[in-house]
Design a protein around this ligand. Structure first.
Ligand code: F6R
Length: 240
């Protein structure tokens, strides 16, 4: 694991976005695994800026998102479908057919789990972008998830719902379930880029860097991958 410590969120977004911009320049038809949440917002702004300057195009880029809430329609502003369109896709020339997210609107969720897992496994992810939960989750693979698990319906941990409450009016509105790709799927990516900022992530980053590999701390599975870069700001690095 390569650990890059930078000063603040701005530098983190700069550093991490450059990795993705360089990848797209080198491989214009790259397949990216993408995350939602607060951590990648600055990075996505930088990708949009780079696209607007004409440095990169998303015309041939393919994307696969990690997860999607169950129980929110696509049109809900906190669905990950809406999040990705609002914060990245709508501001680039990416083709609709190249965007992939679990679709949790249909009746048959298990069928969708299988469909998404199959299409994810057929794609070869050049770079998987990850945030990390304060409890060490990656995607929505909560503590205790077997490392060999593939895409599934997952029940969000209560502390994950607490962490995500900030996006909703009340705790009642925070979804309880999601579809997430599994740890096994994540580890198939050629490269993994994990970003974390703020004091709230310091404990998780310490466990990731200095702790043991255990299913009780899902992100520790990344130690089994040969090409992982972690970019953290000073606050997230506080305990290492
Ligand atoms: C998002 C995802 C989650 C987040 C994690 C950190 O698609 O799968 O694992 O990356 O919860 O979220 P933020 O960045 O909001 O702290």
């Amino acid at each position: 694991m390569k650990v890059i410590k930078v000063k603040d969120y701005q530098e983190l977004s700069q550093y991490a976005s450059k990795i993705i911009i360089d990848l797209i320049k080198e491989k214009p038809n790259a397949t990216l695994g993408l995350a939602t949440g607060s951590s990648p917002l600055g990075l996505y702004e930088n990708l949009i800026e780079s696209y607007k300057k004409g440095e990169i195009s998303f015309k041939d880029v393919k994307t696969f998102n990690l997860d999607e809430y169950i129980g929110l329609p696509k049109t809900h502003k906190e669905s990950y479908y809406s999040f990705m369109h609002r914060n990245l896709f709508d501001h680039t020339d990416i083709r609709k057919e190249n965007i992939n997210l679990p679709n949790t609107e249909g009746e048959d969720i298990e069928k969708e789990v299988k469909r998404y897992n199959d299409s994810f496994n057929q794609a070869s992810i050049d770079l998987q972008l990850l945030g990390i939960g304060s409890n060490g989750h990656i995607g929505f693979n909560e503590p205790g998830t077997p490392f060999d698990k593939e895409t599934s319906v997952t029940k969000l941990a209560e502390n994950t719902r607490e962490d995500n409450k900030r996006f909703f009016n009340s705790m009642d509105e925070v979804p309880e379930y999601a579809i997430t790709i599994g740890i096994k799927n994540i580890l198939q990516a050629k490269k993994i880029l994990l970003i974390a900022n703020g004091k709230n992530k310091a404990d998780a980053i310490n466990k990731l860097i200095n702790g043991e590999v255990t299913e009780d701390f899902p992100a520790s599975a990344l130690k089994n991958h040969p090409d992982v870069t972690i970019v953290i700001d000073e606050e997230a690095a506080e305990l290492i």
